[in-house]
Design a binder for this molecule. Structure first.
Ligand code: PLP
Length: 451
């Protein structure tokens, strides 16, 4: 039985037509678009065609598109570029508490430079109230930044309403459309946005390329200095194959996204309803209807999301946890906490995100496996139920089952469980060798019996 990939919100497979379009630019058509000779001009034409395609997908004009290295850079560019453009004039930014780290961390950085940031709360479904945005506006507000749809719970924000009030107040409006561009209708005039971030690898394009839409007349200061590429807005030789791939992915999305969104909505609802029917005590996170066509995020009571992920992975199903656990922290996701979920419920969450290669049979297989896996995890002795880190902290041997996952995929475990290392060997870097080995070594040294 093949692998079932349900983590399209993290990244998507590169579309076959995209690969085909990119291939010539990886070898024969390798010119630098800034070169005047024919090899350079060939690349220039391809970059400009791709720009037209990306612009067309969002109802913009080509000169309003600046290519970047991805969604993170586009968000950084939007926020820093607007902040720098307003230095000494306005110093206040309004955003939400559920933004992607690309926005949140940039806002925190700007706070350290002296800008003031209002992080607005959301309701239990993850929705921002436009009225809260209105109330937060001051004469110092330079930018409102609210994401189009949330990457974890899939809630679609009232961006058009916020855009309208931003316009009425004469304030620039940025939206992070990384999860929506190419998936649901994104037209810059309908949304009333001035700046919009996109990323190619979320819509069947390659990784390492994205774009920022900047409405004509909006001043965004460049934060990449060097050559005059992208009309002086973003220095560095263009990633020609990546940009060509992005253009192709945008063209395909424009052609297929309505049909695909309908298909995915049906599969999404089949999965959400099936989980509610077949697994006891499962709750949907995010908005019940105003959500991305491909997102199902659920909390499963009395189950730790990370263990659920590992057990599903062992059965060939790739999902992600809502409780994004970075290498240094086992804190639950800021998004789920902002929705008002308890730490326990946030830790018990998993996100299924569907895509082009997801079919009904995949959903049915997940629905067949989930009850079994959840029952198994619920039947684990209480000492085994916390996070892996908690189990180690409490001196509990981890089950063989968990150890096996650790050895099966070292890379994931280095990321997922590197906090084990912090508990057993404080201050040590991961370096060579696997976490499991270090953990076992530390346990032997501390005299903890092997499990
Ligand atoms: N914004 C959102 C909402 C995202 O989901 C992501 C990626 O997960 C990003 C920004 C960052 O995009 P990239 O991976 O292209 O840097």
């Amino acid at each position: 039985m093949g692998r079932i990939y349900l983590d399209y919100a993290a990244t998507t497979p590169t579309h076959a037509e995209v690969l085909k379009a990119m291939r010539p630019f990886l070898r024969d058509a390798f010119g630098n678009p800034s070169s005047i000779h024919s090899a350079g001009q060939e690349a220039r034409v391809a970059v400009e065609e791709a720009r037209d395609r990306v612009a067309s997908m969002i109802g913009a004009s080509s000169e309003e598109i600046v290519f970047t290295s991805g969604g993170t850079e586009a968000d950084n560019f939007a926020l820093k570029g607007m902040a720098y453009a307003n230095e000494g004039k306005r110093n206040h930014i309004i955003t939400s508490s559920v933004e992607h780290h690309a926005v949140l961390e940039t806002c925190k950085f700007l706070e350290r430079l002296g800008f003031a940031v209002t992080f607005l709360p959301v309701d239990g479904c993850g929705m921002i109230d436009p009225d809260d945005v209105r109330k937060a506006i001051t004469e110092k507000t330079l930018l409102i930044s609210v994401m189009h749809a949330n990457n974890e719970v899939g809630t679609i924000e009232p961006v058009a309403e916020i855009g309208k009030l931003a316009r009425e107040s004469g304030i620039c409006f940025h939206t992070d459309a990384v999860q929506t561009a190419g998936h649901i209708p994104v037209k810059v005039d309908d949304l009333g946005v001035d700046i919009l971030a996109m990323s190619a690898h979320k819509l069947g394009g390659p990784k390492g390329v994205g774009a920022l839409y900047v409405r004509k007349g909006t001043r965004v200061v460049s934060f990449m200095h060097g050559g005059e590429q992208e009309k002086g807005r973003r220095a560095s030789t263009e990633n020609v194959p990546g940009i060509v791939g992005f253009g192709k992915a945008a063209e395909i999305a424009q052609r297929d996204s309505d049909r695909e969104a309908k298909r995915l909505t049906t599969l999404r609802d089949r999965l959400a309803q099936g989980l509610a029917q077949h697994v006891e005590r499962v709750r949907l996170n995010g908005h019940p209807t105003r959500r991305l066509p491909n997102n199902v995020n659920v909390s499963v009571d009395d189950v730790e999301g990370e263990l659920l992920l590992l057990n599903l992975n062992a059965r060939g199903i790739c999902v992600s946890t809502g409780s994004a656990c970075s290498s240094s922290s086992s804190e639950p996701s800021h998004v789920l906490l902002a929705l008002g979920l308890s730490h326990e419920r946030a830790r018990g969450s998993v996100r299924f995100s569907l895509g082009r290669e997801t079919h009904e049979r995949d959903i049915d297989r997940v629905l067949a496996i989930m009850p079994e896996v959840v029952t198994k995890l619920r039947e684990m002795p209480p000492s085994m139920k916390g996070t892996a880190a908690e189990a180690v902290a409490a001196g509990n041997p981890l089950r063989n089952a968990i150890l096996r996952y650790e050895t099966e995929n070292h890379t994931r475990m280095l990321c997922r469980f590197s906090h084990l290392r912090c508990l057993t060997c404080p201050g040590s870097g991961v370096g060579k060798g696997c976490v499991l080995a270090k953990w076992q070594l530390a346990r032997r040294e501390s005299g903890t019996p092997d499990g």
